[in-house]
Design a protein around this ligand. Structure first.
Ligand code: NAP
Ligand code: G4F
Length: 323
């Protein structure tokens, strides 16, 4: 019989790639979507006839239990969250409701409906914040620098706690930044790829940016959802860092993106304090040794390939709508 998976956040970047991957593996795929005044299925439009959607919200405990009863999954991937770091300063309580307490709501629903379900929690390298070691691995202490990072630390430890308290198969994937043409437009890689494409097509002249010195370990989202699946196939649940092991500055990102279309970033990028954060995560670089050894996982897309892929996708999208 086909395995069944339930994904929260299926309409998001990672949810859409994970749903594709699980369909390819022969899973029956279910996704939780929240009720919105207008549907927002852009990223999953091409697979809507192959997946089952059920309404639910991380704020609503009974809707999560109902979704589990309906879907009867073998595996649950909790990808839903308020995932944009700057919004976590303007909506800190909502961020905690979604991104921390929401995890407990879902874990409780799993525990009561069927504690044998395997559970994946989308933890984040933002938990390392003001980093205590370079590179960061599963043993590196957390020092979050945003309400989002703090909320993710809660989500991580409640997952570990359910594993230890109830002997449930609960895994925390500590994923470093991962991007794609489906990345939300406000995140820095997509903001840059979209801005570069607009400037190249003559739709705008400037790109306003915040801190160009921050460094991130950026990988391709398609690779990272494969790591999530591999984690839930292990006999025992655990924590895993997923990262490329390379870091690049935001300045290097704009340089590579503009150069790809034959432009010099110095001619277009302007600094704007509105995009500078109250507290910054200066440097992230992950050590994926454990994932490589135990899951056999390695990334397949380089930083330059990723930036080129995103710029090309935005050029194609915008060129089609240009006029
Ligand atoms: P994303 O594109 O922002 O997607 C977030 C998803 O969560 C969307 O489907 C959204 O639904 C859903 N959602 C938000 N609040 C919800 C609620 N109250 N109830 C139900 N669904 C809700 O995020 P992503 O980049 O795919 O990331 C997936 C997960 O990995 C997130 O938990 C994120 O924090 C974590 N993470 C991401 C990265 C990264 O670099 N991408 C790195 C580490 C960890 P709507 O479509 O209705 O808004
Ligand atoms: O793309 P970002 O907004 O991602 P950030 O804050 O690293 O968070 C992402 O990765 C986390 C994993 O580490 C996830 F958990 C989280 O959900 C999210 O997916 O910003 C990256 C860097 C920051 O240092 C920021 O200050 O880019 C810098 N930056 C500089 N100018 C900018 C801008 N970020 C944005 N969004 N917009 C700017 O104009």
């Amino acid at each position: 019989m086909a395995k069944r998976a339930l994904i929260t956040g299926v309409s998001g970047q990672d949810g859409s790639y994970l749903a594709e991957l699980l369909l390819d593996k022969g899973y029956e795929v279910w996704g939780i979507v929240r009720r919105l005044s207008a549907e927002n299925y852009e990223r999953i439009e091409h697979i809507l006839d192959r997946i089952h959607l059920v309404q639910g919200d991380l704020l609503d405990q009974s809707s999560l239990a109902s979704a589990l009863v309906q879907a009867e999954p073998d595996e649950v991937y909790n990808l839903a969250a308020q995932s944009f770091v700057p919004t976590s300063w303007t909506q800190p309580v909502l961020t905690a409701e979604f991104t921390s307490v929401g995890v407990t709501r879902l874990l409780e629903a799993v525990r009561t409906v069927n504690p044998r379900i395997r559970f994946y929690q989308a933890s984040s390298s933002e938990m390392y914040g003001k980093v205590r070691a370079v590179p960061q691995d599963e043993e590196t202490p957390f020092y979050p620098r945003s309400p989002y990072g703090v909320a993710k630390v809660y989500g991580h430890f409640i997952t570990v706690n359910y594993r230890e308290s109830y002997d449930m198969h609960c895994t925390s994937g500590i994923l470093f930044n991962h991007e794609s043409p489906r990345r939300g437009i406000e995140f820095v890689t997509r903001k840059v790829s979209d801005g570069v494409a607009r400037i190249k097509l003559g739709l705008q002249t400037e790109l306003a940016m915040g801190n160009l010195d921050a460094q991130r370990d950026w990988g391709f989202a398609g690779d990272y959802v494969d790591a999530m699946w591999r984690m839930l196939q292990q006999d025992d649940a655990d924590d895993y860092v997923i990262a490329t092991g390379e870091t690049h500055s935001v300045e290097r990102l704009v340089e590579v993106a503009f150069a790809h279309v034959g432009l010099d970033w110095h001619d277009h990028v302007v600094l704007d304090d509105r995009f500078v954060r109250p507290a910054e995560v200066d440097l992230l670089i992950g050590d994926r040794s454990k994932a490589e050894a135990e899951l056999g996982w390695t990334p397949t897309v380089s930083f330059e390939e990723l930036v080129h892929m995103m710029v090309d996708a935005d050029l194609e999208r915008l060129d089609g709508t240009k006029g």
